[in-house]
Ligand binder design. Structure first.
Ligand code: CO
Length: 136
């Protein structure tokens, strides 16, 4: 079951400059960066309860975020819904015809299990589902 808006992710071409913007100019709390090898991203999180802003940047210059930035430049990249049972939600949404990127949830930032719904199933919006560590 979806229980909240976990985060909004913004793809950024310059991670350090974007961190400074959100931390210094906007005055948000900065939780730190984390590399997510499976997604080939460097992430930076700014908790803004009850949600967060996530900056995403290509890890080692490669991967899907690198392709996104090449094609479109920076921008809002995805919304992430928090769920308390990601496996049940994947089964339920697949049965309704939603297309997912990847077969099953993979490790995301903070030890969460995550999976993405293809934007063509959601009016052009990339939607991530995330089950926080220890949730289920
Ligand atoms: Co995300």
């Amino acid at each position: 079951m979806i229980t909240g808006l976990d985060h909004i992710a913004i793809a950024v071409p310059n991670l350090e400059a974007a961190i400074q913007r959100f931390m210094t100019d906007f005055g948000l709390d900065y939780e730190g960066t984390q590399d997510v090898e499976t997604a080939q991203t460097s992430t930076a999180f700014f908790p803004l309860p009850p949600t967060s802003i996530e900056l995403v940047h290509p890890l080692n210059g490669a991967g899907p975020i690198a392709t996104y930035l090449e094609k479109r430049g920076g921008g809002i990249h995805h919304l992430c819904f928090r769920t308390n049972d990601i496996d049940a939600d994947v089964i339920r949404l697949k049965a309704k015809g939603y297309q997912f990127i990847g077969e099953k949830p993979t490790p995301g930032a903070h030890g969460a299990r995550v999976i993405f719904i293809h934007p063509k199933s959601c009016d052009g919006v990339l939607v991530e589902l995330s089950e926080p560590q220890g949730e289920h």
